[in-house]
Write a protein that binds this ligand. Structure first.
Ligand code: ADP
Ligand code: MG
Length: 664
């Protein structure tokens, strides 16, 4: 079904949907909600907790409109018998007319904190008698949520043949709802119970297909490129480094080199805490591929990181003759054409980039090694697609997040695992403190001293809401506060709405020490390396996951100087305390997994691909052992008709979602 066949989809909306990567109406069904709002699960105003999406009934006490630097802000004070809270809308002046003082409404939105005071940003305002469970979808710019839900409803009601690709025998054996029914409940749940049953069916199907699709038999001898790979080959590179490798780095490097000596393609996952020095291992291996006459690719999850890797590669490998090309989505057309040409002509030896590396049109000359960094940030789809670009290149994936074995199998298929379990010498643990709002002035004093000592500061603001505009506005507020609290310091703001080049310029200025304070939404989370930055302040820290906070903290403590991480939060929760107690990312990741489930680890939320987000919500880790056992069963006898049917179904389902599945 074409998108344009949906009622209400004209030219503008069609474009908006296409920008979000949607091509056909069916895809709306597979774009599952990110979360749900349960209107019957109501909070009291006094108990509104930061970081949660809450529905609460309240009476409107006052409504005011303010204009701050050209931006309109509507603030409604609302209350119930337990307390009062401010609801804030940015750039929606019409709100002021809609809100009637004295009326009781159901408000529903994400609670955040600004300078320690709870406020609800852009809540929805509904009649007091609203009930039921409503899905929340990842927003699509220019398509209001209500409109979007209406489109989904239309597709469901169009009665498209939703053939059940999970064989009936499997459904019965594991008591799973039929597909069509599950999908309907996922999008329009009638009750909690109905939703949970549907989610279970969904998780099961999704994870099973995924497991079947991703699980390749290890490619055997003769299928890959045997290289001359040993420490001697990479010695010129190692000699050029300003430091010696740690024991752990050298061990992992040797393991990977010996993989590359074999003509069975390497499939290795390197796990190691933030800052343990994974990049240099990757560069050594890429240098080895170069020495053997192969191209190498290094894929990073963000432009900022790709940029930084490219710079590092040019600095360290350029003098050794390696020609490094950078390929990202934000290249200008002419630049991009030239880069693609150079790659195809074999005039680029190492190609560093974002997932632009795997887009159509990239023709590698002789791709011998593929490294993906911060692996957990990528959708599996991107990773497989890159692997398929070469004959059977060696594959190395790097991650700062340790992944439990069962999940790794489902996600990556058979892989060898190396762990870099040692930090470079001289690293001081980052002292981590929880700072309540009332101590903010004291913190600013500390920041002033930091700036006077010539050191630099990161301040990270959480993503506030679906809307980048709101994020930007709230980060801007923080930047202004800081600029006035730190006279003489240059404060710059970096947020998601900025263009690639603008972001890079800001990061370059920070790296060069021209800026003392970098206020940012979470884009600096991955990989940025500025050794002179010694303080990390995380606003509204409860809003972040533990592993994420640990990653953020890893941005400081990269030089010799003592470093600090301040977590702004009024309550020292168990989660935040865990961070003050250990600097060991593996301990923290385990804790995070216990506390939050696998969605974050599956790393699908940030990948920005509509169909992959879905896994985040619908992966129930408790199903994994069952699924893995079933996948074993299937692969033990793939020719058995039931198994063959299942494999075919998995292939089709994955292909429908753009995931190419290697035939084993
Ligand atoms: P991560 O594993 O988090 O990706 P990086 O590769 O970014 O870590 O390395 C962090 C920092 O440590 C970089 O500045 C890098 O130059 C430095 N580094 C890496 N290995 C060593 C080493 N053996 N000795 C000293 N510094 C090192
Ligand atoms: Mg890294």
């Amino acid at each position: 079904m074409r998108l344009a066949e949906l009622k209400g989809v004209g030219k503008a909306r069609l474009e908006a949907l296409e920008r979000a990567g949607l091509e056909r109406a069916e895809q709306l069904l597979w774009r599952l909600p990110e979360s749900y709002t349960d209107y019957d699960d109501r909070c009291e105003v006094a108990s509104l907790a930061s970081g949660r999406r809450c529905a609460f009934l309240a009476r409107i006490k006052s409504v005011s409109t303010a204009r701050v630097r050209g931006a309109t802000r509507v603030v409604a004070k609302v209350f119930d018998q337990t307390g009062e809270v401010a609801c804030v809308w940015f750039q929606q002046p019409y709100r002021a007319r809609q809100l009637e003082v004295g009326a009781v409404q159901l408000f529903c939105g994400l609670v955040t904190r600004y300078r320690g005071v709870a406020e609800v940003v852009s809540p929805r305002v509904l009649p007091a008698d609203t009930h039921g469970i409503e899905p929340v979808y990842a927003p699509i710019r220019d398509i209001p949520p209500k409109t979007y839900a209406g489109l989904v409803r239309q597709v469901l009601d169009a009665g498209l043949p939703l053939e059940d690709d999970l064989p009936a025998a499997i459904r019965q054996r594991f008591s799973l709802l039929p597909q069509a029914q599950a999908l309907r409940s996922i999008h329009f749940p009638e009750s909690r119970e109905a939703l949970e049953r549907a989610m279970r069916a969904f998780s099961f199907r999704d994870l099973l297909f995924f497991a079947l699709a991703v699980r390749r038999k290890r490619l055997g001898p003769g299928m890959g490129f045997a290289m001359k790979a040993n420490l001697a080959v990479v010695q010129p590179f190692l000699d050029s480094l300003p430091y010696a490798l740690t024991g752990a780095q050298e061990r992992v490097l040797r393991q990977a080199l010996s993989d590359m000596e074999s003509d069975a393609p390497m499939a290795r996952l390197v796990e190691g805490d933030v800052g343990c020095g994974k990049t240099v291992i990757a560069l050594a291996l890429l240098y080895c591929a170069f020495e053997n006459g192969f191209q190498g690719a290094l894929m990073a999850p963000t432009e900022v990181l790709a940029h930084q890797h490219a710079e590092e590669a040019r600095k360290l490998l350029g003098p050794l003759g390696v020609r490094v090309a950078l390929l990202t989505g934000s290249l200008r057309a002419a630049q991009k054409r030239e880069t693609l040409r150079a790659i195809e002509a074999g005039e680029a030896d190492l190609i560093v980039g974002t997932h632009a590396l795997i887009m159509g049109g990239v023709q590698y000359r002789r791709l011998g090694l593929v490294v993906t960094d911060e692996q957990h940030r990528f959708g599996v789809r991107q990773r497989l697609a890159l692997e398929h670009k070469g004959q059977a290149p060696h594959v190395l994936v790097m991650s700062a997040t340790p992944i439990p074995r069962t999940m790794a199998l489902v996600l990556y298929g058979e892989m060898d695992v190396s762990v870099v379990d040692e930090l470079p010498p001289g690293r001081k643990p980052v002292a981590t403190r929880i700072v309540p709002e009332r101590k903010r002035e004291g913190l600013y004093g500390f920041l002033r001293a930091t700036v006077e000592a010539g050191q630099q500061i990161y301040v990270v603001c959480p993503l506030v809401e679906e809307s980048e505009a709101v994020d930007a506005a709230s980060a801007e507020r923080t930047a202004r506060d800081l600029a006035s609290a730190l006279p003489g310091a240059k404060v710059e703001l970096l947020h998601g709405r900025m263009k690639g080049a603008e972001k890079e310029a800001i990061l370059d200025r920070f790296a060069a020490g021209e800026t003392q304070v970098l206020v940012s939404t979470t884009v600096i989370e991955v990989g940025v390396n500025v050794p002179n930055a010694t303080v990390m302040v995380v606003e509204d820290a409860e809003r972040f996951g533990l592993a994420q906070l640990h990653q953020l903290r890893g941005r400081v403590g990269r030089g010799e100087k003592a470093s600090w991480c301040f977590l702004m939060a009024d309550r020292p929760t168990a989660r935040l305390r865990a961070l003050t107690e250990t600097n060991d990312g593996f301990v923290i990741a385990k804790k995070d997994l216990e506390l939050r489930g696998p969605g974050e680890l599956l790393g699908t939320r940030q990948s920005g691909m509509a169909d992959e987000r879905t896994l985040a919500l619908f992966s129930d880790v408790s199903l994994l052992p069952e699924i893995q056992a079933l996948a074993d069963e299937v692969y033990a006898a793939p020719e058995e008709p039931a198994h063959a049917a299942l494999l075919e179904a998995a292939r089709r389902a994955m292909a429908a979602r753009g995931l190419e599945v290697a035939r084993n």
